[in-house]
Design a protein around this ligand. Structure first.
Ligand SMILES: C[S@@+](CC[C@H](N)C(=O)[O-])C[C@H]1O[C@@H](n2cnc3c(N)ncnc32)[C@H](O)[C@@H]1O
Length: 286
């Protein structure tokens, strides 16, 4: 039996209410995660490995360590363990269809296009975006910015290698044109180097002020605000909207409603919003 398996089988104390409260406060303050009461089991399952492998005798000792670790490393590991990284290629496919039909033809008239996948997780979303845009314009004109709070997720996104089963949802022409098969028969696929070269990945916490003031024509920020409370959602949406160019589109997850949120974006269709074009319309004169 491996050491890690052995560690997992050792009996461990339950997460006390006070420990849960401490982790809850920490997660909320550091990355906006709103852990509702009732999530104790989920939290203890996700942190157990970290607590055991760090040699801590209790969750309390572990919490104390995270709070006092000035390097920030333990907090990063806690975030990596608590964040839900679930994602997939072509997730919420109607968004990519909208992008292909309504947005890509307009962007194809431009000399350069930079799109942002905020909370890109392990990269499936940003690469799907890249493939849709690549069908409409040359790779060299596309720039991709992928950000996430999780370093672990970002490392996978950069690597851009996915098990064969994960890419099976992609249309065959994409599989052959935009990915390299690894092995024969292929056990995994890697996004082609020319497409990877157009992407920049950066660690970014959406609840903090953004380190830039850019104007993107397209921002995907999907399935992350669902973990935030209303006040945090309000702030994040305002900051995303400020980073959209007039006429630019914001795509959010279908489970993420803007109801009760004060914003200046136009509703386009479910989970798609747009910054008003303005009188001149500029490049968005469709
Ligand atoms: C469920 S995944 C969504 C991935 C992708 N956008 C999608 O819809 O398939 C949520 C991602 O949000 C990231 N995340 C959570 N809190 C964040 C924050 N405060 N700032 C930036 N990213 C965050 C997590 O690390 C995770 O990778």
């Amino acid at each position: 039996m491996q050491d890690a398996d052995l560690i997992d089988r050792l009996p461990f104390e339950r997460l006390a209410a006070s420990d849960f409260q401490q982790i809850r406060d920490l997660a909320y303050r550091s990355f906006g995660l709103d852990l509702k009461p009732g999530k104790e089991e989920l939290v203890s399952a996700r942190l157990q490995k970290l607590v055991r492998s760090g040699g801590f005798q209790s969750y309390q000792a572990y919490c104390r360590h995270v709070l006092h670790d000035r390097s920030g490393e333990s907090l990063m590991a806690l975030i990596d363990a608590l964040a839900t990284n679930h994602t997939s290629f072509l997730r919420e496919a109607d968004h990519f269809d909208f992008l292909r039909r309504r947005v890509a033809p307009v962007l194809a008239r431009r000399a350069g296009v930079e799109v942002w996948s905020a909370a890109c997780s392990t990269g499936e979303e940003i690469w799907t975006l890249a493939f849709v845009l690549r069908d409409a314009l040359p790779t060299s004109r596309i720039q991709l910015l992928g950000t996430d709070i999780s370093r672990k997720a970002l490392a996978s996104a950069r690597r851009a290698t996915y098990e064969a089963a994960r890419v099976q949802v992609l249309p065959k022409p994409w599989l052959t044109s935009y990915l390299d098969a690894d092995g024969n028969p292929p056990l995994s696929y890697t996004v082609k180097a020319s497409i990877r070269a157009q992407a920049v990945f950066q660690r970014l916490n959406l609840i903090e002020p953004l380190p830039w003031n850019k104007q993107f024509p397209v921002i995907f920020c999907r399935n992350v605000m669902i973990y935030f409370d209303r006040a945090t959602q309000q702030r994040v949406i305002a900051s995303l909207a400020a980073n959209l160019e007039p006429g630019g589109y914001l795509f959010v997850g279908h489970a993420e409603s803007f109801s009760g949120i004060d914003h200046r974006l136009e509703y386009v269709q479910p989970a798609i919003y747009r910054r008003p074009v303005g009188r001149k319309g500029g490049l968005w004169n469709e």
